[in-house]
Design a protein around this ligand. Structure first.
Ligand code: AMP
Length: 205
């Protein structure tokens, strides 16, 4: 989040990094990810707790893909309250239809350095090769249609209650994700401004 000068912390990225490094957490996460299930709350919470200690988190952060369960949300709220961190915490949901999400996810290709393409909407110039560093592009092993359906089921069962939780607290912002990236970005900024009357912004997507 360049505009707010705060780091974007993606739990999925951290778990994939653990997998690349062949750690015990990475091995366990890989099993869950391949099934389209969530990694156990205690492991993900501990991972976030460690990351939030880093000095770049002092002015706030964007948590990408966290919290994904009510237990994670309750843990986050309690941890922030314990640390006497000034609110606002704002949960942002980028809303995309099932069919569009399926197209985005099955069309996604990534290079090992994290540059992201899409075979339908943002193809690389040379098929299968990253424009920026020439590395071969890969498909994430959880971006298949069958794992996608399980991920959606997991979302409806375990993540939808998180939305109700932040709605009830008046700290929820929904953005239409069908628009181009620049329009979605604007909408997120606009939504955050409403909550930005305090010095720290902690967002969650
Ligand atoms: P993502 O990169 O956000 O699409 O996440 C990929 C996968 O990582 C998910 O399908 C889960 O298996 C796992 N994961 C990411 N974030 C979380 C989280 N907050 N809690 C549990 N599992 C997670």
């Amino acid at each position: 989040m360049d505009t707010f000068k705060v780091p974007q912390i993606s739990t999925g990225d951290i778990l994939r990094e653990q997998r690349r490094r062949h750690t015990e957490l990475g091995r366990l996460a890989d099993e869950c990810m391949q099934r389209g299930d969530l990694v156990p709350d205690n492991l993900v919470n501990r991972m976030i707790a460690e990351r939030l200690q880093d000095s770049d988190c002092g002015l706030g952060y964007v948590l990408d893909g966290f919290p994904r369960t009510l237990a994670q949300a309750n843990w986050l709220d309690a941890t922030l309250a314990e640390g006497k961190i000034t609110l606002p915490v704002v949960a942002i949901q980028i809303q995309v239809s099932h069919d569009e999400l399926l197209r985005r996810i099955t069309g996604r290709r990534v290079c090992p350095r994290g540059h992201i393409y899409n075979v339908y909407t943002k193809p690389s110039t040379v098929f299968g090769i990253c424009d920026l560093d020439g590395d071969p592009l890969e498909q994430r092993n959880d971006d298949s249609e069958s794992v996608f359906e399980q991920r959606m089921k997991t979302f409806h069962e375990q993540t939808a209650p998180v939305i109700d939780h932040y709605c009830r607290l008046g700290r929820f912002c929904e953005v239409d994700g069908a628009s181009p990236v620049t329009v979605v970005t604007e909408a997120i900024h606009f939504g955050l401004q409403r909550f930005r009357n305090e010095s720290q912004v902690h967002g969650s997507i």
